[in-house]
Design a binder for this molecule. Structure first.
Ligand code: NAD
Ligand code: MG
Length: 380
């Protein structure tokens, strides 16, 4: 029996992780954490009987405690609650499916407690990769990528220990606005940006895909996961989302992982690594597919991607600024407080204004997040 805990169990990755658990006889859920959807969390508690469940606000936690008083699940709250789920004794793997850099502290504590991490929560690695990767090495825990591109790269690296990576080819669908120019994007509404062509995901990452900031975060995520320079990561637009990413070795060989767009494959691969288990679902049909096409990313229109390279190359606290500015700007766009194009403008403004701290500590990362938020909030 493999024992797991999930941060963000009510979200897109969280619920798909539980779908896998439901299918398998040898996975057991010990802990679940969610933001505010206590109705769904209650159902999950009743179905999976975890030892502990966490809700962000204490008020909602109190409500949930009453609802599940007839079960054996203990309900906790706040950052302390997230950390308790992340460090539950007996859990082997923590699935980090929470959204945003709020995942940093629980991820760090889980690593210290010796848990392997099935990492979906890319914002944590983007902002604190320089702390997390050495810590994971020190505690000999695995960081298993769940992000589909990084899972593909990880799969293409198997059996190649000792062979240096020449280049990573990070594929991207291009999002709903592929082929558009800045002037076409002046009136983009929230609903337009939420219409992703290939993947159904949480709202924040769907907006990030429409600005291509998601791909920028993934470039920096790849730097930390695979110990490469950001300039070794090349973004390739592949609109069908069939090739999930590729690795080019020094002899010119390119290894890729292909499949239908289904997040359950990378989630399941992380949970059972290095085993491959049966996964129900559609298989690739090359005769229906007929062609896979490629384009260069348009970094003038989607210059959030260019800013990610700048932040990733410079390092220090700059990726935190890039990520934090995006997190708040996306929230404001979803609340219809700013326009679509302002998301990237805000990121650029924050990056320009920031004085970089080299090797920031956890406290300095969180201070940088706050300073970035203060700067954005004082704009209007
Ligand atoms: P989502 O919005 O669907 O789910 C987020 C989850 O986090 C929810 O369960 C929510 O309740 C929980 N959460 C949010 N704030 C919380 C808080 N303060 N305390 C406790 N729980 C909190 O997001 P998602 O699409 O599942 O994405 C999760 C992460 O995975 C993100 O970092 C995203 O970039 C990454 N990711 C997602 C996909 C995908 O297909 N959805 C693919 C690759 C990577
Ligand atoms: Mg991805």
């Amino acid at each position: 029996m493999k024992k797991i805990a999930i941060l963000g169990s009510t979200g897109s990755i969280g619920t798909q992780t539980l779908e896998i658990v439901r299918e398998k006889q040898d996975l057991e859920v010990l802990g679940l954490a969610a933001g505010s959807n206590i109705q769904l969390l209650e159902q999950q508690i009743r179905e999976f009987s975890p030892k502990m469940a966490a809700v962000w606000s204490e008020e909602k936690a109190m409500e949930l405690r009453t609802k599940v008083a007839d079960t054996d699940t203990e309900v906790v709250s706040g950052m302390d609650g997230l950390i308790r789920i992340a460090t539950l004794s007996d859990a082997e793997i923590l699935v980090t499916a929470i959204v945003g850099m709020i995942g940093i502290r629980p991820t760090i504590e889980a690593i210290k407690a010796g848990k392997d991490i099935a990492l979906a929560n890319k914002e944590t690695l983007v902002t604190a990769g320089h702390l997390i990767m050495p810590l994971a090495a020190e505690h000999q825990v695995k960081i298993l990528p769940v992000d589909s591109e990084h899972s593909a790269i990880f799969q293409a690296l198997q059996g190649n220990t000792g062979n240096p990576v020449h280049k990573i080819l990070l594929t991207a669908s291009g999002g709903p606005f592929r082929g558009k120019k800045q002037e076409d994007l002046l009136d983009v509404q929230v609903e337009d940006a939420l219409r992703h062509p290939n993947w159904s995901m949480g709202r924040k990452i769907t907006i990030d895909s429409s600005t291509m900031v998601n791909k920028g975060l993934e470039v920096i995520e790849a730097k930390w996961l695979f110990d490469v320079e950001v300039d070794q990561v090349e973004v390739v637009i592949q609109p069908q989302s069939i090739i999930h990413s590729m690795v080019e070795y020094e002899d010119g060989a390119v290894l890729a992982q292909l499949g239908t767009p289904d997040m359950k494959l990378p989630i399941q691969y992380a949970l059972y690594y290095p085993q491959r288990r049966y996964l129900p679902g559609d298989r690739l049909d090359f005769w229906k597919l007929r062609s896979i096409t490629f384009e260069k990313p348009d970094m003038d229109t989607f210059y959030g991607l260019k800013l990610a390279y700048i932040a990733g190359r410079r390092g220090g606290s700059l990726p935190t600024v890039f990520n934090a500015a995006n997190e708040l700007a996306v929230q404001q766009f979803l609340n219809r407080q700013i326009t679509f194009l302002e998301i990237t403008e805000i990121i650029e403004d924050c990056i320009r204004a920031h004085k970089v701290i080299e090797h920031p500590t956890l406290e300095q990362i969180l201070e940088t997040e706050k300073e970035t938020y203060d700067r954005i909030n004082s704009r209007r």
